[in-house]
Write a protein of this length. Sequence first.
Length: 355
Amino acid sequence: MKNFLTKISCCVLIVLSLSFYSCSDNPVFQKSVTIDSARFSYSDKYFFTSLFFSKVYFADTNNFFYLDWNRLYHYKENSITFNPLPEIPNHSYDIINGNNNQELIIAGSKLKNNIIYPTLFKRINMILEEIPIKDTNSNFIHNIDYINGKYYLSTKNRVLWVYDMNELKEIGYSDTNFAYSYVFDDGLGNYYMFGLKEFYNPEETHGYATAKIYKILNNNLELVFDQNYPGLNDGGEGVLYPSKVGNEILATDRKSVYKFTGTNYIKILDLPQQYMYSSSLHKLITGNNSSDFMIRGINKQNNRNTIYHWNGTKWSKENTTFLFINSIELVNNIYMISYDNVTLLGVGKLLRNTP
């Protein structure tokens, strides 16, 4: 239910590439945009699914989980098993994350009186237990982000939940109607929540968006970035979606890579001219630092989903696929990729070639 709506909303969000924003430019950091051949070796596996499967949680490079309808699938060392989950009327299991293959968190959504309410479960040593979650804001959970022993559950309206496997704490704020939200950190002890709002005028062809970043301070959220993006333009820059890359926070639009300073963005790098936005917005950039990372997007030359690598000097094109790229995760220094195409799930690996 909500997982299917999320896929549709992600396709809508790709349209939000907008024509300007108040980020500072620093041309000193701009680099060459020539492209090398692949520096990584690629391999993959494919699995048939229903329409309602989730993004993949990678416990390690040969051990991952995903949800499909009322089943939890577990792939480990070339074999796959599944466990049925409790069937709840008008309910779907939507999001999964974890700390290892014995500790998983699952979020869902339940429709009651035409209102969607969140549900939450933990799975320890294969035992599933529901976590009571009180909600009065007609919420659903956008993302579960695991950072330093805690799970951050970002939502649509007025609340960020933090769960440490014992207690579910609530951090309230006044904003409502986030179309998308998630939590990230800079590796230096600073935690942030990103939220995107969408606004549409039925009498105009252009939409509007507002991107906000809150710094998480104990039990409060402090607004540190608030930017409006009026007017859509397919060829222009758009909303910046921040990602943790080592001990830095990087973000991208259609033309450049930026570094988040804690209150604003500084441009550090030009993208290949063939690059275009990805329609999956969370964690567009993954890597070790601003001189060693992967970025996913769409190649404008063939309209295929493509992964590029930056090594501090040049870009390289690493992989191109007709499948939708859901995520790239750096696991034990190997890039793990999940793809999908309606009822086909692909999981790939990018291993750095030895010089």
